[in-house]
Design a protein around this ligand. Structure first.
Ligand SMILES: [Zn+2]
Length: 98
């Protein structure tokens, strides 16, 4: 389902798939560019927001994709935040994943 791309709570793996499938945005056929995105993950009891995540971003509609490598680091950050049970946790990818 292409709609998953717009879902902020979807798992990173879902977005990674689309990165390899095409160099054009599957949603609007716009051009993909290297950029940064903010990743939001719902945890049930709270939410983790990761800022400054390196991503491929559509120049037209703003849809974004991340690489396997980034997804792995993201997952670690989210797990860490989850274990601390913050209701709202805002992380900078560049500072915390380094
Ligand atoms: Zn697009």
């Amino acid at each position: 389902m292409e709609l998953a791309d717009k879902c902020l709570n979807c798992k990173p793996e879902k977005r990674v798939k689309n990165l390899q499938s095409s160099s054009l945005c599957p949603l609007c056929k716009g051009e993909k560019q290297a950029g940064k995105t903010t990743f939001t993950v719902g945890l049930g009891f709270g939410v983790v927001v990761v800022r400054d995540v390196p991503a491929i971003v559509c120049s037209q509609c703003g849809a974004d994709w991340i690489t396997d490598n980034i997804a792995e680091k993201l997952e670690k950050l989210v797990k860490e935040a989850k274990s601390k049970h913050h209701q709202v946790k805002i992380i900078s990818f560049l500072e915390d994943a380094a």
